[in-house]
Design a binder for this molecule. Structure first.
Ligand code: ADP
Ligand code: MG
Length: 360
C-alpha cells in the first residue's frame, strides 16, 4: 500500500458525465484538483473540474497526457477501452483495477466471473449467431432477454423474447454482434449495493437501495429497501466477495434481483459510482462520491451510515422542468447536471427526498 495522496494532488477522471461531475465536486471539497478527459468541452464534469483534456476515451495521446498530469487516474464509466488504459498503468496508478473493467465490459465474462466465484446469476448462454440463439432458447426455456455482450446501458442493446415466440430477426435487430441470452427472472424487487474498498482492503457498504426501472432506465431508488435483514446482509457480503476477488479500490455498484422465494441473483456490476447511490449525498455524511475519492487517493474510508430514510428520483428528459417547483419542497436535495438540452431518456438531474429514519 502506498502513502495517501497529499491533499492538493490531482485526480484524473476519464469521462465527463454527471458521475464525473459529482466526483469532481467531492474531490474539490477535500482539496484535490481534478482533470477530466472527455470529447465534449461543455460536458457536465468540465463545468466543475479544474481542467479538461478534450479527447476521445481511446485517444492514446490524450490518455497519456491525463496520466502525466494526474497523480492517480480513475474513470466514471465502464466502457473505457482497456488496451490504451493498460499502457498507462506503468506511469500512474489506475483505480478501480483494469480487471474490474474487463469483467464489467462484457456480459459473458461478467456472468462467468460471478458464477466462477460461486455467485448466482440468471441462467445464461453466450450467443454468437442465430443458430446459437435457437439452441440457447431451447436450453433455457421460458421468457428470455437477448443482450449485446458489450456497450449496453440504460436498457439499450436488449430485446425480450417471449416463451416460444418469434425470434428470427432478434439477433440481427441488435446489430448481429456477440450477445448473451438470459432467462428472464421473475423478481419481486431489484436492489443494489453501493460499497467501497480502500487500498488497505478496508470495506464499507451503504444500505441496499430498492430500485425501480422504467423503460430500462433507473427511475427511483428507495432506502431502506423492503427486504429482510438477512437478504440485505447477504447482498453486502456478495459485494464484498466481488471486491476482494478483484483486489478492488474505489466504489462499485452491484445490482441484484430478489426472487419471491428469497433467492438473490446478481444482475450486473458497475465498477464505478452508481446512479442508485446518488441518495448517499443527501442521506449520509460521506457520499459514494467522497468514498470513491478517498479510496482512489489512498485515504481512510468514511462510515457509510445513513441519518435519514430517502427516495431518490431521476429527472429524465423534460422531468427537469419540475426542478424549480422541487426547490420549494422541504428536506429535499435537488441536483442538476448542467446539460443544456433535455432529450427524451437523457438523465438531467435527480432529486432526493429525506424523511426521518425509521427503525427496521
Ligand atoms: P443495463 O446495463 O442497461 O442497466 P441491465 O442488464 O441492468 O442493463 O438491464 C436493465 C433492466 O432490465 C434491469 O434493471 C431489469 O429491470 C431488467 N432486466 C435485465 N435483465 C433481466 C433478467 N435476466 N430478468 C429480468 N429482468 C431483467
Ligand atoms: Mg443495469
Amino acid at each position: 500500500m502506498t502513502a495517501p495522496l497529499p491533499f492538493g494532488s490531482t485526480i484524473g477522471i476519464i469521462g465527463g458525465g454527471q458521475l464525473g461531475r459529482m466526483l469532481a465536486s467531492s474531490a474539490a471539497r477535500l482539496g484535490f484538483r481534478t482533470l477530466v478527459l472527455d470529447p465534449d468541452a461543455d460536458c457536465p464534469a468540465a463545468q466543475v473540474a479544474n481542467e479538461l483534456i478534450r479527447g476521445a476515451y481511446d485517444d492514446a495521446a490524450a490518455l497519456r497526457q491525463l496520466a502525466d498530469r494526474s497523480d492517480v487516474v480513475t474513470y466514471e464509466f465502464e466502457n473505457v477501452p482497456v488496451g490504451p488504459l493498460r499502457a498507462l498503468q506503468a506511469a500512474k496508478p489506475i483505480h478501480p483495477p483494469i480487471e474490474a473493467l474487463e469483467v464489467a465490459q462484457d456480459r459473458v465474462v461478467e456472468k462467468a466471473f460471478l458464477n466462477g466465484i460461486g455467485i448466482a446469476t440468471a441462467p445464461w448462454r453466450a450467443v454468437d449467431d442465430p443458430q446459437e440463439l435457437d439452441h440457447a432458447l431451447l436450453d433455457l426455456r421460458g421468457d428470455c432477454i437477448l443482450k449485446t455482450r458489450r456497450l449496453g446501458y440504460d436498457g439499450k442493446g436488449q430485446a425480450t423474447i417471449a416463451d416460444g415466440g418469434p425470434h428470427d430477426d432478434v439477433f440481427e435487430s441488435l446489430g448481429s454482434v456477440p450477445a448473451i441470452l438470459e432467462k428472464k427472472v421473475p423478481f419481486e424487487r431489484e436492489i443494489s449495493v453501493i460499497s467501497a474498498r480502500g487500498q488497505d482492503g478496508s470495506f464499507v457498504a451503504f444500505d441496499p437501495a430498492e430500485n425501480v426501472h422504467r423503460m430500462g432506465i433507473l427511475s427511483r431508488s428507495t432506502v431502506p429497501a423492503k427486504v429482510p435483514q438477512e437478504i440485505a446482509e447477504r447482498a453486502v457480503e456478495t459485494a464484498r466477495a466481488i471486491m476482494d476477488r478483484l483486489g478492488y479500490v474505489g466504489v462499485i455498484g452491484v445490482e441484484f434481483f430478489v426472487g419471491t422465494d428469497g433467492t438473490l441473483l446478481v444482475n450486473e456490476i458497475a465498477p464505478r459510482v452508481h446512479n442508485s447511490g446518488h441518495w448517499t449525498e443527501a442521506a449520509c455524511t460521506i457520499s459514494q462520491f467522497e468514498q470513491h475519492i478517498r479510496a482512489v487517493a489512498g485515504h481512510t474510508l468514511g462510515p457509510a451510515n445513513r441519518h435519514s430514510d430517502c427516495v431518490m428520483e431521476n429527472l429524465i428528459g423534460h422531468d427537469v422542468e419540475r426542478a424549480e417547483a422541487l426547490l420549494t419542497e422541504p428536506d429535499t436535495l435537488v441536483t442538476l447536471y448542467g446539460k443544456r438540452e433535455a432529450r427524451p431518456g437523457r438523465k438531467m438531474g435527480h432529486v432526493t427526498r429525506l424523511s426521518p429514519r425509521k427503525a427496521i
